[in-house]
Write a protein that binds this ligand. Structure first.
Ligand SMILES: [Zn+2]
Length: 348
């Protein structure tokens, strides 16, 4: 009799064991199938991801290329515009320069025309102060004030001789004539008026500033005083009060100077008849004579002439000029502080 432990399960039969093994194999197959499915799904997912990321990279490259090409196009367009802008600006600068120089030229022309007008107005309406402001075409009513600028010079004795011959008194607006300054005394001794023009007669010097002008004026005043003992207050601006050349050195200086000289007690004179001897150094004597016959309506005629070595034809013309006025019944006089001044219009 075989012992059998009651706690020990009974040994399965071979048939039951076979059934159990079949069941285990089925379970294993199911697990393997599930694993295969999972692997397949993962593989598909990885493939899809890889393909998609690859496509994005291609798109990015294409976009990047497009962007780079656009940037290059933009940069080149911008450079072209900048260049165009610069050349346009240069053109504008050129044009504005041309306009500025045109404007300067026009202003100079206007100034010159104004100056000519000033001289003509002074001739037509007469001197702005003093007696004889009325005018007529009757020469016998006129007083002639012959004036000589820029002396003394080698011509001074010749001029004095002619004036003496005709018994005519005149006015000399003098500069520093160096060794000819000795003739200043002859001018005064002959009974003519000596008056101040300039020491240097250098526009750039005297019209640089008011103080420069007055320094120069004081110097010629001192020379005249040393030579003649006369301290005169009669003056004439180089170029006249209507000159426009002074603008080059100081804008508005003539406007200031014409007021300041008067406030300092000077009397400045212009002219209302020009002999024309300032137009050149060898203006024919006959031209000067003809010019001096164009007598303004004013009864006070201040005639502009020059006393300089190069003004030979002025000396040649002088006798005929004096004779013309004498024959017409004109009177002659030298300028004094109360004489007509023939002021022209100030243009600077
Ligand atoms: Zn002068």
């Amino acid at each position: 009799m075989q012992y059998r432990d009651p706690n020990r399960p009974a040994r399965p039969s071979p048939r039951a064991r076979q059934n159990q093994r079949v069941q285990q194999i089925r379970q294993l197959r199911t697990v393997l199938l599930v694993c295969a499915v999972i692997i397949a799904v993962l593989a598909v997912a990885v493939t899809v991801f890889a393909v998609r990321s690859h496509r994005m990279t291609d798109t990015d490259i294409v976009q990047e290329k497009a962007y780079a090409s656009l940037s290059a196009a933009f940069a080149s367009e911008q450079a072209a515009r900048e260049q165009e802008g610069a050349s346009y600006q240069a053109q504008l600068d050129e044009q504005s320069k041309a306009h500025a120089s045109e404007k300067d030229a026009l202003e100079a022309t206007i100034s010159d025309l104004n100056r000519q007008l000033s001289v003509k107005q002074a001739a037509a309406t007469g001197p702005s102060s003093g007696s004889g402001s009325s005018g007529s075409s009757d020469l016998s009513q006129k007083t002639i004030y012959l004036t000589f600028d820029d002396g003394p010079s080698p011509r001074t004795p010749e001029i004095l001789k002619i004036l003496d011959k005709y018994g005519v008194k005149a006015t000399f607006f003098v500069i520093n004539g160096g060794k000819y300054n000795q003739y200043m005394k002859d001018i005064v001794n002959a009974g003519h008026a000596i008056a101040l023009h300039s020491y240097t007669h250098s526009y750039s010097t005297i019209y640089a500033s008011e103080s420069a002008y007055f320094d120069d004026l004081q110097k010629i005043s001192d020379v005249v005083y040393e030579q003649t003992g006369v301290r005169t207050k009669l003056i004439r601006f180089p170029g006249g009060s209507s000159n426009t050349v002074s603008r080059k050195y100081s804008s508005g200086i003539m406007t200031r100077l014409t007021k300041q000289v008067e406030s300092k007690g000077y009397v400045y004179f212009d002219w209302n008849l020009s002999s024309g001897d300032a137009d050149g150094n060898r203006v024919p004597a006959q031209t000067l004579i003809n010019n001096c016959r164009k007598v303004p309506r004013s009864n006070s005629v201040i005639v502009l002439m020059h006393d300089a070595s190069v003004k030979k034809t002025t000396v040649e013309a002088l006798p005929s000029i004096i004779e013309y006025y004498k024959n017409a019944g004109c009177k002659f006089a030298k300028l004094t502080e109360s004489s007509p001044t023939a002021h022209q219009r100030v243009n600077n």
